[in-house]
Each structure stands twice: as C-alpha cells, then as structure tokens.
Write a protein that binds this ligand. Structure first.
Ligand SMILES: Nc1ncnc2c1ncn2[C@@H]1O[C@H](COP(=O)(O)OP(=O)(O)O)[C@@H](O)[C@H]1O
Ligand SMILES: [Mg+2]
Length: 246
C-alpha cells in the first residue's frame, strides 16, 4: 500500500462520458471519481461494456470528458492543447491497448521505440533503447520480426515494451495479459508491478486475470459506467473469495 506522502498522479473527478449513436445515448462513464498515487496499482474489473476502456482513454487524453475533470499531476487534461496531449502521451504515459495497435510491417525493435521516434530520437538511438525492454518481456530473439511474424502473445509483449520505454509516470493497461498463457501473464504482471514500484509510477490495470489481485493495491469494479463503492463485497473479488472460503 501507499504511504500517505505519495503524490497524486491521476485524479478523476465526477467524470462523465457519453456516446451518441443515432438517437441513442450511452453513458459509458457515468460520474466516476478515482485517485491514483505514485507507486499505486489499481486493478479495474467489470463486465464487457461497463466503460473500462473509455475510462482509460479519458485518462490518456485520447478523448475529453463531457463533464467532470481528469487531472494528471494536478493538471486538467481537458485544458491540454493537442501538442501538450501528444507530449503527455509520449513522455509521461505508458498505454497498453487492448488490441495492441502495432504498426504493420515495422520490426518489433522500432515498434517498441515509436514514442521515442515520435519525439525525434534518432533511429539508431531509439532502436538501442528498445532492445533492453524487448529483452525484459522475453523477446530478445524477435527484435526484427514484424507484427505479422509474431504470435498474439508476442505482439502483446511488444506493446508492453513500447508502453514502458519512456519510464512512464502513469501506466494504463487494457487487458495486458489477455493474449498470454497463465505463466507468461503472471510474469508480465510482475514486471509491470516491479516497474511501477521501482519508478514510483501509478498503474490502472483493466483485467480479468485472477493473478492481478496479487499485485494490485486496490481492486475497483465498474458496472454500467459507474464505479462500485470500494470495499463492498460486490466490488472486491478478493473479499468475495475470502467470504467464500469461510
Ligand atoms: N465509439 C463508440 N461509440 C458509441 N458507443 C461506444 C463507443 N465506444 C464504446 N461505446 C459503448 O460504451 C460502453 C462502454 O464501452 P467500453 O468503454 O468499451 O467498455 P468496456 O471496456 O468495459 O468493455 C459500451 O456500451 C459500448 O457499446
Ligand atoms: Mg474494453
């Protein structure tokens, strides 16, 4: 758990995000408030369609809320210019997308380095920086493979190396172990936790992986766009499991 002195990294304050499709409105995120401190790992569970990915996109400044505020280190992401948002995404954030979003035809060593390249790091230096990260996720022998030459699990691991390469202050991970077997998934969760603690980063981890409970400081549950109150039996699979064991 966090000490009281840990600085706040991410704060969501009564955040609402709706999608309109024709005449229908979906309140994908419906009044969510959540605080993450440096070094803290929060696991986010919830059924499909409950708003988890939308919540991560709001925290990543990939979209703006309709109301409420999302703050990174006290700064309102809603007030960021396009350039500030891009810098935030390249320099402060590590995002592991549910569907990887790797660049087709680009070798792993450059895919993992994409944030550095976007930030104008020379190619050779960017490639050099990405090698140790690919080694850490177990891809030392796949550096020059393009995404179509990698398995789903290997693509996932390139995406994780890419997320971590900029020493992010905030890690947002959407089902990062979804394509991995149990052992590899456990290793990746441990790596994410280790990075988080070493670098005092905060991590919001959307996952159904039961192994995530072991690395999370808190487990939150989303349902119909709302966060269930922390600590209630329904909000905590750990508590549910403990109760079941009694
Ligand atoms: N681009 C979109 N346009 C319209 N509705 C969307 C869009 N993205 C998500 N939704 C809807 O918003 C709700 C939350 O979606 P999402 O955040 O992807 O949930 P989760 O990640 O928990 O599965 C769902 O009902 C989904 O159908
Ligand atoms: Mg999702």
């Amino acid at each position: 758990m966090n000490g009281d002195a840990s600085p706040v990294v991410l704060e969501l304050d009564n955040v609402v995000k709706r999608y309109s499709v024709g005449s229908e409105v979906v309140r994908a995120v419906d009044g969510v408030s959540l605080t993450l401190c440096a070094g803290e790992i929060v696991a986010l569970h919830g059924p499909s369609g409950s708003g988890k990915s939308t919540l991560l996109m709001l925290a990543a400044a990939l979209m703006a809320p309709d109301s409420g505020q999302v703050r990174f280190e006290g700064r309102d992401l809603g007030r960021f210019s396009a350039v500030e948002a891009a810098n935030y995404q390249r320099r402060q954030l590590g995002f592991v997308y549910q569907s990887f979003h790797l660049m087709a035809g680009v070798p792993a060593v450059e895919n993992a380095a994409i944030k550095l390249l976007a930030d104008r790091t020379p190619l050779r230096q960017a490639r050099r920086a990405s090698v140790p990260w690919l080694e850490r996720v177990g891809l030392a022998s796949r550096l020059n493979h393009t995404p179509d030459q990698l398995s789903g699990g290997e693509r996932q691991r390139v995406a994780i190396a890419r997320a971590l390469i900029n020493d992010p202050r905030l890690i947002l991970a959407d089902e990062p172990t979804g394509s991995l077997d149990t052992q590899r998934g456990g290793e990746i969760l441990e790596l994410l936790a280790e990075i988080c603690h070493q670098q005092r980063a905060a991590m919001l981890l959307v996952t159904h992986d039961p192994q995530a409970a072991a690395i999370a400081d808190r487990v939150c549950v989303m349902r119909d766009g709302k966060l269930l109150p922390a600590g209630t039996a329904a909000a905590s699979p750990t508590i549910l499991r403990r109760q079941a064991a009694r």
